[in-house]
Design a protein around this ligand. Structure first.
Ligand code: ASP
Length: 322
């Protein structure tokens, strides 16, 4: 080894850890796989503020919607593994492998897992002038009017798609589904009366339910949601065993250096207990995860367990996207 080469190597060895030690020196981008104003976007924007505070840098939210939320993870896979591009994604990371015949990424193998964020129940909501007034009558109405009732979702792989799929399977009735780039645009059409029904996360629906601009029938969690006490769980209101809980995780490109991941994990853990974040999440019916879940292992293990849980259910329902 020449003297000069050895010196260069030594300089590199010093420079690399130093670069990590200073991370982040510029704004970090957090991709959201759905349209602005929707449930994932709402969690992302609140988290960007609290996590950014802990990181000492701005986190910029970038909406990369489409294909039921599968375009953003594909983009993350091809992003630089330097900690400046991240992704927040939900339960769809565990259902997409079963739903898509060809998926350009593997959720467990292709990413670094930073940690889980929040758990969010969903709500069955409808346009204001849909006749039924309770969940049981809604099921009867939908069955009797299956040729005209429309069910919105945010594309194959979205939580709203999964919930709708389970709903149609539980009531053994197929409806016409209408895909959007996120449930923010879906709810706009629900408000305008262009679609009838939607199953969407409380992070998006709570304010509309409270202001009475839409009808709400049930929650998808096992127990009632404290911020929406009037809504029964669907499992108690006619669909025994029905349960969908949406969870969110933060991902980084594979190969992101360990010191950078460690910084992100610390910022995530500080971010989720930040009072402003925690309070906003509670108001929107969602629950911040315990600290041991806001870790790479916490997210990876949950992701694997959810893939194992949903794959047979989706296979049985026989739905696929190309
Ligand atoms: N999370 C999606 C959104 O932000 C909605 C969904 O998954 O249904 O619009």
């Amino acid at each position: 080894m020449t003297h000069r080469f050895a010196a260069a190597l030594a300089a590199l060895a010093l420079a690399v850890p130093a670069a990590h030690a200073q991370y982040p020196t510029r704004p970090v981008t957090m991709m959201v796989p759905f349209a602005a104003g929707g449930p994932t976007d709402t969690v992302a924007r609140a988290l960007a503020v609290s996590m950014g505070k802990a990181l000492g840098q701005t986190i910029v939210v970038e909406n990369v919607p489409g294909a039921g939320g599968t375009i953003a993870p594909a983009k993350l896979k091809n992003s630089s593994a330097d900690g400046y591009t991240l992704l927040i994604a939900h339960i769809g990371m565990s259902t997409a492998p079963a739903l898509y015949r060809t998926l350009p990424f593997k959720p467990v193998e292709d990413f670094e897992h930073v940690g889980q964020v929040v758990d969010v129940p969903m709500t069955f909501i409808a346009k204001k002038d849909l006749p039924p007034n309770d969940f049981k009558s809604l099921v009867d109405y939908v069955k009797a009017n299956k040729d005209k009732v429309t069910l919105a979702n945010a594309g194959i792989g979205a939580a709203s798609h999964l919930c709708g799929l389970l709903f149609m399977s539980a009531i053994q009735t197929d409806l016409t589904t209408v895909p959007y780039k996120g449930t923010a645009p879906a709810i706009n059409d629900l408000l305008g009366g262009q679609v009838d029904l939607l199953c969407d996360q409380t992070t998006n629906t709570t304010s509309y339910i409270k202001s009475g601009r839409i009808k709400a029938y049930a929650v998808t969690s096992k127990a009632r949601v404290p911020s929406l006490p009037d809504l029964p769980p669907a499992a108690e209101a006619g669909l025994p065993g029905f349960e969908v809980n949406v969870w969110h995780g933060v991902y980084a490109p594979k190969g992101t250096p360990k010191p950078v991941i460690d910084r992100l994990v610390a910022a995530l853990q500080a971010g989720i207990v930040d009072p402003a974040f925690a309070q906003k999440m509670a108001e929107l019916g969602s629950v911040v995860v315990a600290r041991d879940k806001a870790t790479p292992d916490g997210l990876r293990n949950h992701l694997k367990a959810e893939i194992d849980k949903w794959t047979p259910i989706i296979r049985k329902a026989g739905v696929y996207a190309e």
